[in-house]
Design a protein around this ligand. Structure first.
Ligand code: CMP
Length: 138
């Protein structure tokens, strides 16, 4: 999995119609889509996905937001995928994100920040397995 990462286009970016533009930027940056699906997380599933943050003050807000509408989940492949993808999306807080990054372009706030990217190879595998069976990967 060292050349793969996991992403979600979050409900804010999806509802604003940015999904196509964001997927295009990801592909133009050299990532290959191994798996992709449009889905909607239940509050329970969103809570499970972000369980590592359950003690944080923003956890309930995060769960409510991530279950508020459809998302696009994907597994992406590229050399150095995790680090390169985090560079492409920019800082968690769009106000701190570098010009030209996906969050700088499409995110409104630290909570509604348009896109998720795995923070390690280990979490890329856990998060990919959360959404995709082997048969859904190409
Ligand atoms: P993400 O990369 O998906 O991983 C955890 C998410 O928690 C993060 O993006 C943000 O959307 C969210 N998050 C982090 N800090 C805050 C905060 N201070 N307030 C609300 N949401 C936050």
């Amino acid at each position: 999995m060292n050349n793969r990462t996991f992403t979600m286009i979050k409900p804010d970016a999806f509802s604003k119609g940015y999904s196509g533009l964001i997927l295009d930027r990801i592909i133009q940056a050299g990532f290959k889509i191994i798996a992709v699906k449009m889905t909607r997380l239940s509050p329970e599933k969103a809570g499970e996905f972000y369980a590592v943050h359950r003690e944080r003050g923003f956890y309930q807000e995060l769960v409510d937001f991530m279950s508020s509408g459809p998302i696009i989940a994907a597994i992406l492949e590229k050399s150095n995928a995790v680090a390169d993808f985090r560079t492409l999306i920019g800082a968690t807080d769009p106000a701190k994100a570098t010009e030209g990054t996906i969050r700088k372009l499409y995110a409104a706030s630290v909570g509604e920040n348009a896109i998720h990217g795995s923070d390690s190879n280990e979490n890329a595998k856990i998060e990919s397995d959360f959404f995709f069976s082997v048969l859904e990967r190409y």
